[in-house]
Design a protein around this ligand. Structure first.
Ligand code: 6PG
Length: 262
């Protein structure tokens, strides 16, 4: 295959930024713009964020001007794509990290922050979270909730959310959220399922760092269909793959040295 050029990247929704800081800024801008558009159109903004390390830099930018004052926090409803069954004060808690990174410093009404419950039995946590989602989305007629925006990451094994290669969660098509075990740390988790992730109006993947270059190449330049991240096809048909140059380095060949992005 010839080295991908700008049209190859654009066709696949790939947007490249020079480094992790610029990537975080681009992600924070997407959060801000989508929030404003959604509130204008529907009167509210329903967004789900992922855990892990990549989104944290972006989250911190949300709690600083100019974005802090531009985001319609009073109309924003924040959910999590997945959560490890760890208390918020423990490293590894996605909610705990978000609280430290931005939630403690933004004026989002507490009742509009929807962390995934952490319980001994992940089955109970999943059932309670599904109830919370159904109460908010009023059990939409199509049967699945329609988020305005969902941020996802990708693991080196191609997992996304807490949908891991070959694990049962990948086959779940009825439930909105499901308990799983896996990942690093290998703990009990609760994750949104593909029917929910794929009903989002827009999905944005945030991928950063050299250690993700290999999985990006596999995702975009092989036919490896079993990778969880490949099964993400949002309502509008195309996720945005927002990545920094390091993550794209095995992907873009001839244009690797240039920063592409629109
Ligand atoms: C989680 C995340 C997970 C994450 C990827 C990438 O809770 O673990 O939701 O899906 O997005 O593992 O994580 P990094 O950003 O840390 O590479």
């Amino acid at each position: 295959m010839t080295a991908p050029d700008e049209s190859w990247l654009k066709k696949r929704g790939i947007v490249i930024r020079a480094n992790a800081e610029d990537l975080a800024a681009a992600g924070a801008d997407m959060f801000c713009q989508t929030a404003r558009q959604s509130v204008e159109r529907r009167g509210f903004f329903a967004v789900a964020v992922s855990g892990g390390t990549t989104p944290r830099r972006m989250h911190r930018l949300l709690s600083r001007n100019p974005r802090l004052s531009e985001i319609p926090w009073r109309c924003t409803h924040l959910f999590w794509v997945d959560e490890r069954m760890l208390p918020p004060d423990q490293p590894g808690s996605n909610f705990g990290a978000a609280r430290r990174d931005f939630l403690d410093r933004v004026p989002i009404p507490p009742g509009q922050v929807h962390p995934i419950p952490v319980t001994e039995d992940p089955e109970e946590a999943a059932a309670r979270y599904e109830e919370d989602l159904k109460n908010f989305f009023h059990r939409t007629k199509e049967g699945f909730p329609e988020f305005d925006l969902i941020f996802l990451g990708v693991g080196k094994d191609g997992h996304t959310a807490s949908l891991f290669p070959g694990r049962p969660g990948m086959e779940e098509t009825g439930r909105w959220v499901t308990p799983v075990k896996g990942g690093d740390p290998e703990v009990n988790r609760v994750t949104m399922t593909y029917p929910v992730l794929n009903r989002a109006r827009q999905v944005v993947f945030l991928i950063s760092g050299k250690e993700k270059a290999g999985i990006m190449k596999t995702l975009f330049q092989t036919k490896e269909a079993r990778l969880p991240a490949r099964r993400i096809r949002p309502l509008n048909g195309k996720p945005i793959w927002l990545m920094d140059r390091e993550a794209a380095s095995q992907l873009t060949g001839a244009v690797a040295g240039r920063v592409l992005g629109n």
